[in-house]
Write a protein that binds this ligand. Structure first.
Ligand code: HEM
Length: 499
């Protein structure tokens, strides 16, 4: 560390400490019966218990000691962590309205145009209106089905790429993410966009710096931290880049519209029409549309691609499950020259594999944070207004009280049961539940299923460099998304179907 950096670090720390002491003296403490939790250190609270660990795994371990409802102090942010299906139901169903808010961060206000997207919009009339638009007009079953030809076109290209790569290792993460980004881009704007890679890169960076675990967000009262930590300039730069990309996309779309080239109703066209009709109670602007596309790209790309990567990883680690899955698709598609999206509905074993993947590797293991709007009691403890509430979906989907052999990959557990991810089985909530539940389930799941079905039908897979299945690194990256830390590389070899 150079002298200048060391100096600014020491000064920040001192100011932080003085602010902390001052705050403690001026604020009277209320006699609330908060949930129990691990002992807290002055200033940093429980942050030291998370250093170098993955929050969803560290919280799951702490819950084994302190119980399924825990109070933690993350710097200056007070949070309640819920880790059991019974209490997740209390928050997401019984007291759904009381916990339907989201936290605001400096980053979300800036990059999401004052939180006017859907995912991080505060609970209220604007959010309700846009959630309805997303569920009915953008991501409803009919609209998602209308993008079938796009998925088929992208997958045809992928299968051709795999045939050409036969015998050579490919990076599953990189390839699948790029292709799903193509699907999302074509569904959103009607065509691929030359800036789509830059868009994805910026959104990945935003997801990282807006995870809620950045120093400045953990001490939100101390605004200077945004400056000294460099987060402010990073976010300003990100906002500028994204804004320019979206402006270019809007301009190009306008030109294509004027030239009569917009044929199929892509998502941008749907939103522009809604804007122009002017029938919404809260009229939307181009900035609101840009904020919604941040959700569509951030929510629609990595979640699906990492599910495919984890599913392939588990299949490589479990050869008998891979064999059974390939037998299912090869029987179902026997004699077909081309696989259409309508053909995948009968693949019940593949669907169980996807559910089991989402159970052990929920892409957003802590869901998106909820915020309490009305003081209420959960399990006898007080949860005050503004308290951040984090639901540990991973802890719920691996709770040994609900799952036998909870840590073992066993798709058969989903056979002959009605347990699904639609938000009513609180021991399995990879998409959340209640008012703030994910509206993109159909879009995400159809993509994951169609990709996996074709990858398993047309190809056999093996690990490169003589690796064994036990050698696969199962570590996750640190961030809001539980992506695989070391990308999965696999060698495809063509399977010639019997006609
Ligand atoms: C495998 C795929 C996906 C997974 C696992 C997933 C998961 C989630 C989760 C856990 C939440 C938060 C729920 C909560 O806080 O209680 C969420 C919210 C959301 N997701 Fe997804 N998602 C996926 C795909 C998509 C897609 C494809 C889109 C859009 C194209 C999307 C858009 C959204 C939006 C807009 C929200 C915010 C809803 C709200 O706050 O009201 N997601 N998603």
């Amino acid at each position: 560390m150079d002298t200048k950096m060391a100096f600014s670090f020491i000064v920040s720390f001192l100011i932080l400490f003085l602010c902390f002491v001052f705050h403690k003296r001026t604020k009277g403490s209320k006699p609330l019966n908060l949930p129990p939790g691990p002992p807290k250190l002055p200033l940093i609270g429980n942050l030291h218990q998370l250093v170098g660990l993955l929050p969803h795994r560290a919280f799951r371990d702490l819950a084994k000691i302190y119980g399924p409802i825990m109070h933690v102090q993350l710097g200056k942010v007070s949070a309640v962590i819920v880790s059991s299906p019974r209490l997740a139901k209390e928050i997401l169903k019984t007291h759904d309205i009381a916990f339907a808010d989201r936290p605001k961060t400096f980053g979300s206000e800036l990059v999401l145009y004052k939180n006017t997207d859907i995912a991080l919009a505060p609970y209220g009339d604007y959010w309700r209106q846009m959630k309805k638009v997303s569920s009915l007009e953008l991501l409803g079953a009919k609209k998602v089905r209308s993008f079938g030809p796009i998925r088929e076109q992208v997958l045809d290209g992928f299968m051709e790429f795999l045939r050409l790569s036969s015998g050579k290792p490919i990076n599953i993460h990189k390839t699948v993410t790029e292709l799903i980004n193509n699907v999302v881009c074509m569904a959103s704007f009607g065509k691929n966009n030359k800036q789509q890679d830059a868009l994805l890169e910026s959104l990945e960076e935003f997801a990282q710096v807006n995870s809620g675990f950045y120093l400045a967000d953990l001490f939100p009262d101390f605004k200077f931290l945004y400056m000294v930590s460099g987060l402010r300039s990073k976010l300003m730069k990100l906002h500028k880049t994204l804004d320019k990309i979206f402006d270019d996309i809007l301009e190009e779309h306008e030109c294509r519209r004027n030239a009569g080239e917009v044929q199929q109703e892509d998502l941008l066209e749907v939103l522009l029409k809604i804007k122009e009709e002017g029938t919404l109670e809260f009229p939307i602007t181009n900035n609101n549309i840009k904020a919604i596309f941040v959700d569509v790209f951030a929510g629609g790309t990595d979640t699906s691609s990492l599910t495919i990567e984890w599913a392939m990883t588990e299949l490589m680690r479990n050869p008998s499950i891979m064999e059974k899955a390939q037998a299912e698709v090869r029987e179902a598609f026997k004699g077909k020259k081309k696989i259409m999206e309508s053909d995948i509905q009968s693949l019940s074993y593949l669907q169980s594999i996807i559910k089991e993947t989402l159970r052990l590797h929920p892409p957003i293991p802590l869901l998106l944070p909820h915020v309490c709007r009305e003081q209420c009691q959960i399990d006898g403890y007080d949860i005050p207004v503004k308290m951040k509430v984090i639901i540990n979906a991973l802890a719920c989907s691996t709770d040994p009280e609900y799952w036998n052999d909870a840590e073992i990959f066993k798709p058969e557990r989903f056979e002959n049961t009605s347990v699904d991810f639609m938000g009513t089985n609180y021991h399995f909530i990879p998409f959340g539940s209640g008012r703030r539940m994910c509206p993109g389930i159909t879009f995400g799941m159809i993509t994951v299923e169609f990709f996996l079905a074709q990858m398993l039908y047309y190809f056999n897979w093996k690990l490169p460099n003589g690796l064994n299945s036990e050698d696969i690194d199962m570590a996750e990256v640190d961030g809001a998304l539980a992506a695989k830390k070391v990308h999965l590389h696999l060698i495809p070899t063509c399977y010639v179907p019997e006609l």
